[in-house]
Write a new protein. Structure first.
Lengths: 629, 376
């Protein structure tokens, strides 16, 4: 264009051309958009519809309710209580420091709670998974948090069922406790079943019966928003609650046994010989299992762990002690079985015993001896050591060891006590293998007194006593009576103990009766006000070995170096209902420490409990639990 | 087709003497179409905001202010805009400089402008009007089509505010303001040779930049910008969710307030930049096509109105403003549906936000002024 003047008409024409072009361009581009929308909404519709549905609908696992645990009379031992806890979804928290500070001013956070939260924050978790920061909120705390909810973006108060043990310390070891599932447990347990579960049994019955108590996971189809918050439940497959357990344990007997220890270190196991049901199983001192449910504080845990009394240690199933003279009834039977003596044979006990070609002097606990009239019955009543030296020497380890083995020593024979130790029943093969030496006659003499290498657990000792009371008929020890109404049966009991002359069961029992009733009995102090027949045997086990010629001076020994006091018994003798083994660590005298505990527990069981009418099943809504209750 | 349509729209407002709307300098067809868009937009917003009535009523206040602005601006003779253009442009440049000098990022800009009243304007919003006005003023005084010297001068005028806004930094707005200026050049008859040349230069420089100058991390940023779905947890997440929302809507849609993607908050920015996805999910393809049709009618009507303007200044200004409006629509929907990179552009007159509404309505006021003052 060579015009120097502006030409309005030309400009208008230029604009019109360009405007029409623009209009076509606009139409064209809108067609592009429309085409794009058609592509997404028509061609790709199904793809995106399912994507959107997947976004919206999620399959969420629902944790089953853990089964309850009752004692033999329907007393609740483990229940599930609603508990409110505060949790944070870190992804939704705008300012973590400010939020934590506000929570601290509202409900208070201990250093420990903060530290635990920070630790969990660093660990891997699913996106938008909540982290619990404070457990067991009370009503006032919940109210404070609710009022300030607006300032606490990402914080939620959750209600959940938390395990509670109303009987606390009494059942700490035997019942065990549940705690947060750890990585190891996650790998061990069925991932599908435990998807929604947060706590599992850590020790005791809670652990052993974990799968039965747990139940089966349920699922619900839920509609969630982008933050993962559940808005609506579309479908639900309810979880199957865990099975309830009825134990053989008697809550009141357990309590009496626990109290009888008065805080002393030791253990008691009581078994019903007719069924093998464990009536009481105590390890003292204990701890409050409720501390562990929501994670125990470092301080509490350190106190428990570092205590010299080792309250966390389950003495009943894992404490290994030399049995001492409590072995004598069993070993006495082995003498009769091997034919090395009879009930009539008497020996002379000068207070010491020597083997030929051996310098060593084997002492009796009574320095001047028991005299020249000691037969098997008197050897049991007075716990005569020299008699047992002599007869053990005659019988030999090859007769004694297999016979003791029939009573379950050296093995874990219980049906459902998890983690129970087999302890040790030594013999020639064992010594060769683990000590590298031959079995000497002296080893047999020590074993005849329940000393030397032999170790038992209180559970084992009580089991053996129960089998003894049952005249050799095996009923394996079991904690649980009914699982979800089904009785726990022993399908594969060990072979019954057979002896040549079954009358020996009664004679040995009567000899054991003399331990308390006879004026020479080692536990004659216990005979006061006895209104039932009880067979018993005392025992002491050396904690430190006493050297040859060294005088035993208990005053000089530290309290923790004193002998352990043991005691076994069963009653009533004519038809035994309760067999007991007691160990009081460093109790020194069975007659003064372990014996009275056994007497108190037996008294309570035979006199108080048996007099009381049994509680009706219907009261607990447990009508279908069988006829026994 | 398009001709008939335009004539019909024209006929409806013409040939009946001076109606009330003519006295008020309001173009009835455009006004009605805007009203339909705005009212429809309020329903979409109610759903997109998660049924937040508070937000909807605030949006209604913005629209009231917007329509007020439109009405006031429409009363001015375009002559006044021509007179005001250099001053507004100058004031805008100063404001942008002040923002960079005084303000720290976006906060400084808002603080500086809060003295204007309750509703705070960013200077870049003023430039959305001031740049096309300035360019139209400049081009109207030159011969059309522009020669090389004029083109260079015009480009300088465009790139000063563009660079200043880019520095804020606000890439999306600066590009849209630049395009509103370039549109004036195109409407003024910019030779296609220059356009072709510019395109060829860009095509030649881009690979050189890519292989020669840019670092890997910069390349990565460009790639993410061009293909957001390669970053599914970052900006890609938005696009994946918005495509899912749109696609799951199907032909008929899930129904008003029934869009799960939007109601359950899977869709980010659902009441602002991504509001079209809410609409597409709930009203389906049918709704989307109706909305596109409405935008088309508004833009065509706008172009027609600009072409009927009294002088070159008005024509260029009107043409630039209405096509810029369309670019907003195209960029927003293109971005949400995943065919354009993500830039923060709201859907005109539907997305929540007062600033954008008032600026857009002011622009429509200018267009109405241009159209209604031609015979007087």
């Amino acid at each position: 264009m060579s015009f120097s003047l502006k030409d309005a008409e030309i400009e208008k024409a230029i604009f019109a051309r360009r405007a029409i072009l623009a209009a076509f361009l606009v139409v064209g581009l809108l067609c592009v958009l429309a085409g794009r929308m058609m592509f997404l909404q028509v061609s790709q519709h199904e793809l995106f519809a399912s994507k959107s549905e997947n976004n919206r609908v999620q399959l969420k696992p629902v944790a089953p309710i853990r089964g309850l645990i009752f004692d033999r009379n329907g007393i609740l031992l483990a229940e599930n209580l609603p508990s409110h806890s505060l949790s944070l979804v870190p992804e939704r928290v705008q300012d973590m420091d400010a939020t934590l500070a506000l929570i601290n001013t509202l409900v208070g956070l201990s250093d420990e709670e903060s530290a635990r939260f920070q630790k969990r924050l660093k660990q891997w978790r699913r996106p938008f998974e909540a982290i619990t920061i404070k457990y067991r909120l009370n009503e006032a705390e919940i109210a404070k948090l609710m009022v300030n909810a607006y300032f606490l973006e990402g914080a939620e108060v959750e209600a959940e069922l938390v395990r509670h043990y109303p009987r606390g310390e009494d059942f700490a070891h035997v019942l065990g406790y549940v705690g947060q599932m750890n990585e190891k447990e996650k790998r061990r347990l069925d991932a599908a079943q435990y998807k929604a579960t947060r706590r599992v049994g850590k020790i005791g019955i809670e652990r052993y019966y974990q799968d039965m108590l747990h139940g089966e996971v349920g699922y619900q189809k839920v509609e969630t928003n982008a933050q993962g918050r559940i808005l609506d439940v579309l479908e639900r497959e309810s979880p199957k609650p865990g099975g309830n357990l009825i134990l053989n344990l008697d809550a009141n007997l357990q309590h009496v046994a626990m109290q009888a220890f008065k805080g002393r270190r030791g253990s008691l196991v009581a078994i019903d010989p007719n069924t093998g049901g464990i009536l009481a199983m105590v390890s003292s001192p204990a701890f409050d299992p409720n501390l562990f449910v929501n994670g125990i504080s470092f301080k509490d845990y350190n106190n428990l762990r570092d205590s010299l009394d080792t309250p966390l240690f389950d003495r009943a199933s894992r404490g290994q002690y030399p049995p001492g003279s409590t072995m004598k009834p069993f070993i006495g039977l082995s003498f009769l079985q091997s034919g090395v003596t009879n009930w009539a044979e008497k020996i002379d006990d000068p207070g010491w015993y020597m083997l030929e070609n051996d310098e060593r002097v084997y002492r009796d606990w009574k320095r001047r001896g028991h005299g020249d009239y000691i037969n098997l019955r008197q050897a049991i009543i007075q716990s005569c050591d020299v008699y047992f030296y002599e007869m053990s020497f005659r019988a030999g380890i090859d007769n004694i060891q297999p016979f003791l083995g029939q009573f379950g020593f050296g093995q874990n024979t219980s049906m459902d006590v998890g983690n129970a130790l087999p302890a040790l029943l030594p013999g020639r093969a064992w010594k060769k293998k683990y000590r590298g030496r031959s079995w000497y006659a002296g080893d047999t003499l020590n074993m005849g007194l329940g000393q030397g290498y032999m170790l038992i657990t209180p559970l084992q000792l009580a089991t053996a006593m129960s089998v003894f009371a049952n005249k050799g008929k095996w009923k394996r020890a079991k904690l649980v009576q009914y699982i979800d109404g089904v009785e726990l049966e022993d399908e594969t009991p060990p072979a019954d103990v057979q002896i040549k002359n079954p009358a020996d069961w009664d004679r040995m029992s009567r000899a054991m009766e003399g331990v308390i009733k006879h004026y020479m009995g080692t536990a004659k102090a216990l005979q006061k006000d006895l209104n039932y027949r009880i067979a018993a045997k005392t025992g002491t086990a050396q904690v430190v070995s006493i050297k040859q010629n060294e005088e035993y001076d208990s005053e000089a020994l530290l309290e923790r170096q004193r002998d352990h006091a043991l005691f076994v018994s069963f009653a009533p003798v004519e038809s035994p209902e309760i067999a007991i083994a007691v160990i009081v660590e460093n109790g020194e005298s069975a007659g003064r420490t372990s014996g009275p505990i056994a007497r108190e527990v037996t008294d309570f069981y035979l006199n108080s409990l048996k007099q009381r009418p049994m509680i009706d099943n219907e009261v607990f809504g447990l009508g279908n639990l069988g006829t026994k209750l | 087709m398009a001709g008939d349509f335009i004539r019909q729209l024209d006929d409806s407002g013409m040939g009946r003497g001076r109606s009330l709307f003519q006295k008020l300098h309001i173009d009835l067809p455009l006004f009605v179409m805007l009203l339909v868009l705005v009212l429809g937009g309020l329903f979409i917003l109610y759903s997109a905001s998660g049924q937040n009535m508070h937000m909807v009523s605030r949006q209604m206040v913005y629209f009231a202010i917007g329509f007020g602005c439109m009405l006031v601006i429409a009363q001015f003779n375009p002559h006044w805009f021509q007179l005001a253009a250099p001053w507004m442009f100058g004031a805008g440049i100063i404001a942008l400089l002040l923002v960079l000098a005084v303000g720290v990022g976006a906060k400084g800009a808002q603080r500086w402008l809060s003295i204007f009243g309750v509703f705070r304007f960013q200077p870049s919003e003023i430039m959305k009007l001031a740049v096309p006005m300035m360019l139209a003023w400049f081009m109207a005084s030159k011969l059309m089509p522009p020669n090389f010297k004029v083109i260079v001068q015009a480009l300088v005028l465009i790139f000063i505010p563009t660079l200043l806004i880019m520095k804020q930094p606000d890439l999306g707005t600066s590009l849209l303001i630049a395009s509103s200026g370039l549109l004036v050049l195109l409407f003024a008859g910019l030779s296609w040779r220059w356009v072709t040349l510019a395109v060829m230069i860009v095509l030649a420089v881009a690979p050189m930049m890519w292989f020669g100058v840019m670092h890997d991390y910069q390349k990565q940023r460009v790639l993410t910008f061009l293909d957001p779905e390669s970053d599914p947890l970052g900006s890609g997440w938005n696009i994946i969710q918005s495509k899912t929302a749109i696609g799951s809507g199907g032909i008929e849609g899930k129904g008003w307030l029934q869009g799960t993607q939007s109601q359950l908050e899977f869709l980010p920015e659902r009441h602002t930049d991504f509001i079209i996805a809410v609409f597409a999910e709930e009203q389906g393809l049918i709704g989307v096509l109706l909305l596109l049709m409405l935008y088309l009618m508004i833009v065509i009507r706008g172009i027609y109105m600009a072409s009927r303007a009294r002088d070159s200044f008005s024509r260029l200004l009107g043409g630039s403003l209405i096509v810029t409006f369309f670019i907003y629509v195209f960029v927003n929907i293109g971005m949400v549906s995943g065919i354009l990179p993500v830039v923060g552009v709201p859907l005109p007159l539907v997305s929540y936000g007062g600033t954008s509404i008032v600026t857009l309505m002011a622009a429509f006021g200018v267009i109405m002024s241009i159209y209604t003052h031609r015979q007087v």
